[in-house]
Design a protein around this ligand. Structure first.
Ligand SMILES: NC(=O)C1=CN([C@@H]2O[C@H](COP(=O)(O)OP(=O)(O)OC[C@H]3O[C@@H](n4cnc5c(N)ncnc54)[C@H](O)[C@@H]3O)[C@@H](O)[C@H]2O)[C@@H](O)CC1
Ligand SMILES: Nc1ncnc2c1ncn2[C@@H]1O[C@H](COP(=O)(O)OP(=O)(O)OP(=O)(O)O)[C@@H](O)[C@H]1O
Ligand SMILES: [Mg+2]
Length: 327
């Protein structure tokens, strides 16, 4: 059983508490977090107009990777966003469009003025998911650096995943201190960020403490460390998600998570801290997206076993969301 050191900031004092990770995930905690997620989900209403429940942008998609931005974008829609835009490289656009008529696809990421092109759309967007299937071409990464700068200037929430994390590991200053950013590293991506930011050895016996420390070093940027259990921190608290998933680890599950988080981050910030008890809204959103992704994985695995793919998981989003979060 792993043991994690977790710091809680309370009334200006910082308290150090050490406990078993599994203890943090008692049924009572879980019920509490589920209720907090329910609190941020917008209520259905006949009075709403298109776009009100979320207009999300996904920045990613290049010659090699067209699946990842599609998975992220369609997941955001299926969780409940009204409109999703994908900003991708020219060659990726017809492919992504052909997967889905519901996505709005802009083939602009490899143009010279990509950051300005995306900036034109930012006033219409509620959050950005940056990185799924972006690739590591310098021209694209440079443009994405510019997109992050203009997004920060507008105070837009940004979920950064995959090759967006590669960029952040090269230039941590891009998101340093930006508290509307959420990073969603897998095992390797977390190590890369750790090397870039902490530059020292990682305590492999204290996964929870490492997430907390990385978040603090980045200036309280929310970090979601994916793995056998997902650990997430805003530099003050660490939440654990060990919702049952399955043993199936097909590629693309992280894209479902980042796309879902894109819309839930918007909902959480809109709801505000008074709806999420003493927990930061972005942590509640992160816990919700992790729980949903793992529930989709479990449901899909029950039907498809070892042939489960991310597309099968996406088919489960509606049922999984209702089971977990609909009142
Ligand atoms: N269908 C698609 O288009 C997909 C594209 N993808 C994209 O592929 C690009 C590269 O993503 P990668 O995730 O491969 O990143 P990296 O190229 O940094 O590779 C990470 C490597 O770490 C390995 N890894 C992951 N978890 C591990 C663990 N717990 N222990 C040991 N090794 C572990 C993975 O097998 C992977 O090869 C990104 O743009 C990503 O979005 C992926 O999202 C998967 C689906
Ligand atoms: N060992 C595991 N057991 C259960 N769930 C896991 C395990 N590893 C990862 N997951 C879940 O799978 C989801 C994606 O995490 P993963 O580490 O596969 O991301 P990724 O490598 O970025 O995926 P992608 O292939 O989309 O890039 C997360 O919700 C995480 O909770
Ligand atoms: Mg990934």
């Amino acid at each position: 059983m792993g043991v994690g050191g977790v710091t809680l900031a309370a009334r200006g004092r910082v308290l150090q508490r050490t406990f078993s990770l599994y203890e943090t995930h008692s049924l009572k905690d879980m019920e509490h977090y589920v209720n907090l997620v329910r609190n941020i989900v917008p209520a259905p209403s006949a009075k709403k107009h298109k776009g009100q429940d979320g207009r999300i942008g996904v920045v990613g998609g290049c010659q090699e990777y067209t699946g990842a931005p599609y998975f992220a974008a369609i997941s955001a829609l299926k969780v409940g966003a009204d409109l999703v835009h994908v900003f991708c490289a020219r060659e990726a656009a017809p492919v992504i469009k052909s997967y889905s008529p519901e996505l709005i696809v802009h083939p602009i990421l490899d143009s010279r003025d990509a950051a300005q092109e995306v900036e034109k759309w930012l006033p219409r967007l509620h959050s950005l998911v940056v990185g799924p299937g972006l690739g590591r071409d310098d021209l694209l990464l440079n443009s994405v650096g510019g997109i992050l700068e203009v997004s920060k200037a507008r105070g837009l929430p940004v979920v950064i995943d995959a090759d967006g994390l590669w960029l952040v590991a090269q230039q941590p200053t891009l998101i340093q201190g930006y508290q509307k950013a959420v990073l969603t590293p897998n095992h390797i991506e977390f190590s890369r960020l750790w090397e870039a930011v902490i530059k020292g050895p990682m305590d492999t016996k204290d996964d929870s403490g490492c997430v907390l420390r990385l978040s603090q070093a980045l200036g309280n940027v929310t970090v979601v460390r994916k793995g056998e259990q997902d650990l997430m921190s805003d530099g003050q608290q660490v939440l654990v998600c060990n919702q049952k998933g399955s043993s199936r680890r097909c590629g693309g599950q992280g894209d479902l998570l980042s796309g879902s988080l894109g819309v839930m981050a918007h909902w959480a910030l809109l709801a505000g801290p008074e709806r999420t008890d003493s927990i930061s809204p972005l942590l509640v959103a992160a816990w919700g997206a992790c729980t949903l992704t793992r529930e989709c994985n479990q449901q899909a695995f029950q039907k498809h076993g070892r042939s489960t793919t991310t597309s099968d998981m996406i088919t489960e989003v509606g049922a999984a969301f209702s089971k977990l979060f609909e009142t």
